[in-house]
Ligand binder design. Structure first.
Ligand code: AMP
Length: 392
């Protein structure tokens, strides 16, 4: 149920930040020193609140985490924690930056559960338990914050204005912490100021999203009001005809909740091929599985669609970046997405793309008009840094 991996890479004087990512039945944690990036320890508590699990709730999970960390040589009672940074999925229209959590902030995050019913309630539970447990400043870092800069023409859905205003309907975007981190890291890799680059960032993990970033500022992204929109993901459909909802209601007799579950949990790569893990999909692909082939091709087609769209939005790009589990590791996916785009200045070097590495790296040929890069994301360190910056 617990997986800890302590990395005792030498003691540091600077007190660490505890980064928490509370899901409905899981708690991911990392103890990080923001300045150096040193990861003291980390892990995941799973099956929280599930039947047969001995971790009843998030408070019990925190207790378990503390015990596990102590066993790994990180005693949170004696190591002074600087702060706790919480990943919060939806910041709604209110939060465009990290904030120190007080009762009012917590209440607002709770209210935003209407916009993110699968995510925000778990964050609230996690924050409540952690505030009880650790008497240090707590900071919320929002997955939507980086995209609060989207211009109105990109963030506005063409639905009646009064309805949109009343229900806070707009494109919010998600994975913002990752897109921001990766776009800056890509600029560092190139040794160029982020302010002068036009980038397309592809965050491809269990959840997938694309962003268009001009001068370090997000100007478009593929996820929307919820994390369901855009790219094809492990279990989420991404873009479908909005008419599908009414059609399924009429023809298949599904309720709105059933359709929501269908599109969030049973669709995407899973719905097309029967597996959601991309490594498994690649294995089946190698075995000549035709459903796996179609799933892969649909994923790639949608990705090209967004790369092309953002090329037009930005008026050309300098950098195309791949990140997250699939983006950082799938040689086949990167090759397929970039194939045939030479006319747009996008190409990869086969050997560079095929070389395995955990480092940020360029995979396009020297002198290519568009630099194609693989940049590992590090949302925990990004959250730790933003938290430390805020609490001083
Ligand atoms: P993340 O959400 O960033 O942890 O990414 C999870 C996804 O990355 C899963 O679909 C994994 O199958 C995929 N992934 C991880 N390692 C590899 C790999 N070596 N090749 C292909 N996909 C991978």
């Amino acid at each position: 149920m617990t997986d800890t991996n302590a990395q005792t890479s030498g003691p540091t004087a600077a007190p660490p930040v505890l980064v928490l990512n509370a899901g409905s039945s899981s708690l991911k944690f990392q103890v990080v020193v923001p300045e150096t990036g040193e990861k003291r320890a980390g892990g995941t508590i799973e099956r929280i609140g599930e039947s047969g699990s001995d971790v009843a709730d998030h408070a019990a999970a925190l207790k378990r985490m503390t015990d596990d960390l102590r066993a790994d040589g990180v005693d949170l009672d004696s190591v002074p924690l600087r702060a706790v940074g919480h990943r919060v999925v939806h910041g709604g229209p209110d939060f465009s930056e990290p904030v120190v959590i007080d009762d009012a902030v917590l209440e607002r995050v709770r209210e935003l559960s209407a916009l993110a019913p699968l995510h925000n309630p778990a964050a609230v539970t996690g924050i409540e338990a952690a505030r009880e447990h650790f008497d240090v400043p707590h900071v919320a870092v929002f997955d939507t914050a980086f995209f609060s800069s989207l211009p109105p023409e990109a963030s506005t859905y063409a639905v009646p204005r009064d309805l949109a205003r009343k229900h806070a309907i707009r494109r919010y975007g998600f994975h913002g912490t990752s897109h921001q981190w990766v776009s800056r890291a890509a600029a560092d890799l190139l040794g160029r100021p982020v302010g002068e680059l036009r980038q397309v960032v592809l965050h491809l993990g269990n959840g997938c999203s694309a962003s268009a970033v001009r001068g370090g500022v997000a100007v478009d992204t593929s996820m929307g009001l919820t994390p369901l929109q855009g790219l094809v993901m492990g279990t989420r459909s991404g873009d479908v005809d909005p008419g599908l909802h009414a059609y399924l209601g009429r023809e298949a007799g599904l309720s709105l909740d059933e359709i929501d579950t269908l599109l969030n949990k049973k669709s995407g790569v899973l719905g097309l091929s029967g597996v959601n893990d991309f490594r498994e999909l690649e294995k089946r692909l190698a075995d000549g599985d035709t459903e796996a082939r179609l799933a892969f091709d649909v994923v790639v087609h949608r990705l090209k669609h967004y790369v092309g769209a953002y090329l037009a939005v930005l008026g050309g790009i300098d950098v195309l970046v791949f990140t997250a589990g699939i983006g950082e590791n799938s040689i086949a996916l990167r090759a397929a997405v970039t194939e045939g785009l030479e006319g747009l200045g996008i190409a990869i070097d086969r050997a560079r793309n095929g070389a395995r590495s955990r480092q940020a790296r360029v995979i396009s040929p020297d002198g290519s008009p568009v630099v194609v890069a693989v940049v590992p994301t590090n949302e925990e360190l990004a959250i730790a840094r933003q938290t430390a910056e805020l609490v001083g």
